[in-house]
Design a protein around this ligand. Structure first.
Ligand code: F3S
Length: 282
């Protein structure tokens, strides 16, 4: 049985950087916390917890120690609170997310109403929005943008995982809203590149395995796009979930992983799939 691993399976640049920073902070010892899970991988979060990194929901009860900021960022107010409390801040916010936050801050300071294209419930978007000091709207689609009020000056940024198509639809609607318009394309292509590769691979194999946290939106989406082309697609978090029955009559297995899946989890899965290879003659 041939096992084909997608070229860009696993950690994206921002998650790799955040994870490294978190493990380095953990190794230093002392009271160390992260505000929310550092990345959407329960296995990585557990490892960090074993090294003494406690996940906090808020900074309310924290008086001292080191606080690690997750890859998709936190709100302006939370950062301010950490500075006010003189906590040691390890800011692992992905530079692409940081850029979107800075764009919102400068647009807002220059008197623009800000439109953020994205999912209002996502913590990354809540963080980006918090950097606006004037009017700010979150829209998920062109239809939602069509319902925005008239604006004299409008500045647009996108959640990093948005599709270019959706950003274009929102921009078109905003063009109808009024005078001046500024657009910052803050989309990161790590997600779309992974999806494209996974789709191609799913077409070429008899069974597809997608590895990543069940709480990871990009992994869930990866599994969905694979399932469109390969009905024998399985989303798993760890190698223990693999069922040997999945490989009956299978010659080629495709493996991919979400942007927050560490390499050691991918390696374990490949190892396990090899164990279940029913075409082996030994
Ligand atoms: Fe950053 Fe893009 Fe990853 S925004 S966290 S490199 S998906």
């Amino acid at each position: 049985m041939e096992i084909i691993l997608a070229k860009r399976a696993g950690f994206c640049f921002g998650v790799k950087r955040a994870t490294q920073m978190a493990f380095e902070a953990a190794e230093k010892g002392g009271e160390t916390y992260s505000l929310g899970p550092i990345i959407h991988s329960p296995q990585v979060v557990n490892r960090l917890e074993e090294m003494g990194v406690t996940v906090l929901k808020s900074l309310d009860d924290l008086a001292s120690g080191t606080i690690i900021i997750r890859s998709h960022g936190v709100t302006f107010e939370e950062l301010e609170e950490a500075v006010r409390k003189q906590l040691e801040v390890v800011d692992a916010t992905c530079p692409f997310v940081k850029k979107a936050q800075e764009n919102v801050q400068s647009l807002s300071a220059a008197g623009y109403d800000v439109v953020v294209v994205g999912d209002a419930d996502h913590p990354e978007v809540q963080g980006i929005v918090s950097f606006a000091k004037g009017k700010v709207y979150v829209v998920g689609s062109g239809d939602e943008a069509a319902r925005l009020p008239k604006m004299k000056k409008v500045g647009i940024v996108a959640q990093t995982t948005q599709s270019f198509e959706n950003l274009k639809l929102v921009v078109l609607e905003c063009l109808l809203k009024g005078g001046e318009i500024r657009v910052f394309n803050t989309i990161c292509d790590a997600t779309s590149v992974r999806q494209q590769e996974a789709m191609t691979l799913a077409r070429e194999v008899d069974c597809m395995i997608v590895i990543g946290g069940y709480n990871s939106a990009n992994t869930k989406r990866l599994a969905e796009v694979c399932a469109e082309f390969q009905p024998r697609t399985h989303h798993i978090e760890t190698a223990h979930e693999i069922d040997p029955a999945w490989f009956e009559g299978v010659n080629r297995v495709g493996v991919t992983a979400g942007a927050s899946t560490p390499k050691w989890l991918i390696d374990e899965v490949i190892e396990r799939v090899r164990d279940f290879d029913c075409t082996k003659t030994t």
